[in-house]
Design a protein around this ligand. Structure first.
Ligand code: AMP
Length: 426
């Protein structure tokens, strides 16, 4: 098969790395890719959001299967356009990608299909939003309806903070159109986990669970980022709990989306809160998490390409996946200053040599300089990913690899996996 992966981050590098190992893959392209992806695929200079450009490339190069990494091209309708030209793909249509594109849609959908989630209201007027928020009291959660680059959620512990979040979104237009409508919802208490399932429109196949670290600094402090590290499996997600998530959340979603005329194909990523009353949905994403995908790909023993094609062909009901009976952990190395402003183009030395039998270095924001040196070009730059018999062993291997990389322009958290390691040591 001639395969195209769309995207340029660590998630896409791990997908390319896994797909390149498939005997089914004859030629692999990635648009636009990065310096690390270039080791596994031929990188094509077309941005992930240039839908016309991607379609032209697919037609000219007779691509037979397209795997879409990020949400933006899904919401822009790349899968619909590929369907029109009869090219197979992995990802939801734009009608199904609304599960990530509109939090209000997803909350109404959950209410209709009895999927457990926090109590909520939708608002298009700031005054009514404020009035209801005051009646509810704090803590409370304010969410922009649309895509806001991961910044659209405020968990407010003070009423002033909640009011400011409503004003910022609805009056000051902080998120543009994405914040013209808000969801205000009850605060859920518990431990968070990421749950992934491959879906084929009819049914779903669970993957292993993962946990990520959103805050920029150790101890889960500082502003939220796209993710500073992840590990899998998540010890909080026992087999019994995973079954509950499938029965109460994932399968009703797949059935409901079909009934709504928006059949869901691709990977469904449920952000969950494990509360005392059981798992509740915080949000849906319509693609793999980044860096969760990196740890999943490291642990997957089955052929990923065959699994993605099975999802596209709607034959997941007869499918099974095999995983290493180990833990994996990924550390994000980011440019100093991230998630605020940062300098581009600092040099990284030793990334190639840091890889070993149990460690893969996925690239997220890198490019080659004029002398082929490795340069940091983004906020999140490298994902040092290791596996081992325990989360602790994977963590030790990953930090040893981090320490072999010479990059004064970057930093990482030093406590990725702390929650799972504390459990292991109990
Ligand atoms: P989201 O973008 O919806 O995943 O929200 C970002 C983060 O805000 C989540 O990962 C949670 O840590 C937190 N969050 C969102 N909704 C809630 C809620 N209802 N209760 C508690 N925390 C929440």
């Amino acid at each position: 098969m001639k395969v195209l992966v769309v995207g340029s981050g660590g998630r896409e590098h791990s997908l390319c790395w896994a797909i390149a190992a498939s005997p089914l893959c004859e030629k692999l392209y990635c648009a636009p890719g990065n310096a690390g992806i270039a080791e596994d695929a031929e990188c094509i200079d077309i941005s992930a959001e240039n839908i016309d450009g991607l379609i032209a490339f697919v037609q000219q190069n007779e691509i037979e299967f397209v795997v879409v990494g990020p949400e933006a091209p899904l919401i822009l309708g790349l899968i619909d356009r590929l369907d029109e030209i009869d090219v197979k793909s992995f990802g939801p249509s734009s009608a199904a990608a609304i599960l990530e594109g509109s939090k209000g849609f997803t909350k109404d959908f959950c209410a209709k299909y009895d999927i457990p989630t926090a109590a909520y209201r939708r608002f298009t007027n700031p005054e009514t939003a404020k009035q209801w928020t005051r009646e509810q009291g704090v803590p409370i959660v304010i969410k922009a309806d649309g895509l806001a680059a991961g910044k659209g959620v405020t968990v407010a512990t003070e009423l002033d903070e909640a009011m400011a979040a409503i004003d910022a979104a609805m009056v000051e237009g902080q998120f543009g159109d994405a914040g013209a409508e808000l969801v205000v919802e009850a605060f859920l208490e518990g431990e968070e986990a990421s749950f992934f399932a491959l879906c084929d429109g009819e049914t779903a196949l669970p993957l292993i669970s993962a946990q990520d670290h959103k805050a920029v600094f150790d101890g889960d402090r500082g502003p939220n980022t796209g993710g500073m590290g992840a590990y899998a499996p998540a010890p909080v997600m026992t087999e019994a709990l995973a079954e509950t998530v499938m029965q109460n959340i994932i399968l009703p979603t797949v059935k409901g989306m079909k009934a709504e005329g928006r059949p869901y194909k691709g990977v469904l990523y449920a952000g969950l809160m494990i509360t005392d009353e059981g798992p509740e949905l915080i949000e849906y994403n319509v693609r793999f998490g980044d860096p969760e995908c990196q740890v999943l790909m490291t642990l997957l023993m089955s052929d990923i390409l065959v699994a993605l094609v099975a999802a596209a062909d709607a034959v997941l009901d007869s499918f099974d996946l095999r995983w290493r009976d180990e833990a994996a952990l990924s550390i994000v190395m980011a440019t100093n200053g991230y998630p605020g402003s940062y300098k581009k183009g600092t040099e990284i030395v030793g990334a190639e040599l840091a890889a070993s039998e149990d460690t893969v270095i996925f690239h997220a924001g890198t490019a080659r300089g004029v002398n082929n040196e490795l340069l940091a070009t983004g906020g999140r730059v490298l994902n040092v990913t290791s596996f081992g018999p325990t989360v602790k062993a994977a963590q030790t291997a990953a930090y040893a690899a981090v320490d072999r990389i010479d990059w004064p322009g970057g930093f990482c958290r030093r406590d990725i996996g702390w929650r799972a390691i504390a459990r292991e040591e109990r």
